[in-house]
Design a protein around this ligand. Structure first.
Ligand SMILES: Nc1ncnc2c1ncn2[C@@H]1O[C@H](COP(=O)(O)OP(=O)(O)O)[C@@H](O)[C@H]1O
Ligand SMILES: *[C@@H]1O[C@H](CO)[C@@H](O)[C@H](O)[C@H]1NC(C)=O
Ligand SMILES: *[C@@H]1O[C@H](CO)[C@@H](O)[C@H](O)[C@H]1NC(C)=O
Ligand SMILES: *[C@@H]1O[C@H](CO)[C@@H](O)[C@H](O)[C@H]1NC(C)=O
Length: 319
């Protein structure tokens, strides 16, 4: 009975059905192409992160909105199969389930159209209605693929209830109101998202450090985390006076990357897991371990399909 199951992690986030066509080259204007293969998979940053945390063993609830259509219904089934708590997943008839149409050419280049659809109908009211699930949660994780006021309502509610908040400011946006920075215990972005927010390139640890300081300047009260793909991640934290702790540069394990899509989502789900289930770990250790989990995911094709289960990982991650 999912109804009485208590979530330790609450993801306030998005769902997308990924429809992927494989072609020899991307179509030009007016061109009709015959593709070689089709794949339909569950995606969307929120759901990806929930799947990542759940596969490590977390009791995870997702708050989100699907369309009252066949994609929505099969997505809901998939979430239940993953043992994600779906009590607060709504079905709307106002719009179709979020969809990402992805075209991948043989060279690996792709082009993507995202229609958020039902995700845009996740309201502040939906968050308020799910208050019960926040009350005992340890960590809330949110992304920007849903309406901003909904994210803010969730961050405020979590703060009121003493739930630790992680905001993944993704997809990339140019401007974010101060509240988002202030209400996030960890403000996490990748290189592209950091660049968009601060207007400076971020491609290595040094640039990530100045980006992190810049993001602190925008209102972050505790921690800024910048993920750097194969270079790992950078963590900057405030100390309890007016300054900062020494920044922590984490290197990612060197692995043969096959498909890095979803690496960031795998990382964030893992981070939420370590914070909720290993509160004794220093944050730097949680980040190191999350990099290790994410580096597993890049060695497999697909997004959710590439996220590891706890039993596939080294035991020392969990002690
Ligand atoms: N090529 C890679 N090799 C090893 N680890 C990787 C690689 N790409 C990503 N990762 C891991 O995944 C994390 C998130 O990746 P990143 O590319 O920054 O996120 P996003 O998916 O948002 O672009 C990184 O911090 C790193 O730990
Ligand atoms: C979904 O659609 C069905 C009809 O196809 C309808 O009976 C049901 O009430 C709808 N549910 C919601 C939540 O809109
Ligand atoms: C949700 O709760 C907040 C805080 O209690 C309140 O300010 C807001 O008006 C509520 N929103 C809705 C739509 O009920
Ligand atoms: C960062 O994440 C966005 C999605 O928000 C993605 O489009 C982009 O490619 C990522 N950047 C890097 C450098 O991986």
């Amino acid at each position: 009975m999912t109804l009485h199951q208590q979530a330790d992690i609450v993801v306030l986030g998005s769902f997308m059905t990924d429809v992927v066509s494989y072609v020899s080259h991307l179509p030009r204007v007016g061109e009709t192409l015959c593709g070689s293969k089709l794949a339909i998979c569950c995606g969307g940053k929120g759901a990806n992160q929930a799947v990542s945390a759940t596969r490590l063993g977390a009791n995870t609830a997702i708050i989100g909105k699907l369309g009252n259509d066949s994609f929505g219904k099969s997505y809901l089934d998939a979430l239940k199969k993953e043992q994600i708590i779906t009590d607060f997943v709504g079905l709307t008839s106002e719009a179709l389930t979020g969809l990402a149409q992805i075209i991948v050419e043989d060279s690996g280049q792709n082009s993507i159209v995202i229609v958020p659809g039902a995700n845009n109908y996740l309201t502040t009211q939906d968050v308020n209605n799910s208050k019960a699930t926040f009350v005992k949660a340890k960590v809330m994780l949110s992304v920007l693929e849903i309406p901003r006021e909904t994210v803010l309502t969730g961050l405020k509610l979590a703060n009121e209830l003493g739930v630790f908040t992680i905001l993944n400011a993704a997809p990339a946006v140019e401007n974010l109101e101060k509240d988002f920075y202030e209400l996030a215990d960890i403000f996490c972005v990748n290189e592209t998202e950091a660049e968009m927010l601060i207007g400076q390139p971020v491609t290595n640890h040094d640039e990530a450090l100045s980006a992190a300081h810049c993001l602190m300047g925008k209102g972050c009260k505790k921690h800024v985390l910048v993920t750097l793909g194969k270079h790992g991640a950078l963590l900057l934290s405030r100390n309890d006076k007016d300054g900062f702790l020494d920044p922590v540069s984490v290197t990612a394990p060197e692995v043969k990357a096959i498909d890095t899509t979803g690496a960031g989502d795998c990382f964030l789900g893992a981070l939420a897991y370590f914070l909720a289930y290993h509160p004794d770990f220093p944050l730097s250790k949680a980040v190191v371990n999350s990099c290790r989990v994410a580096s597993k995911s890049v060695q497999k094709a697909g997004t959710q399909t590439s996220f590891p289960y706890k039993q596939e990982l080294e035991c020392d991650l969990f002690v």
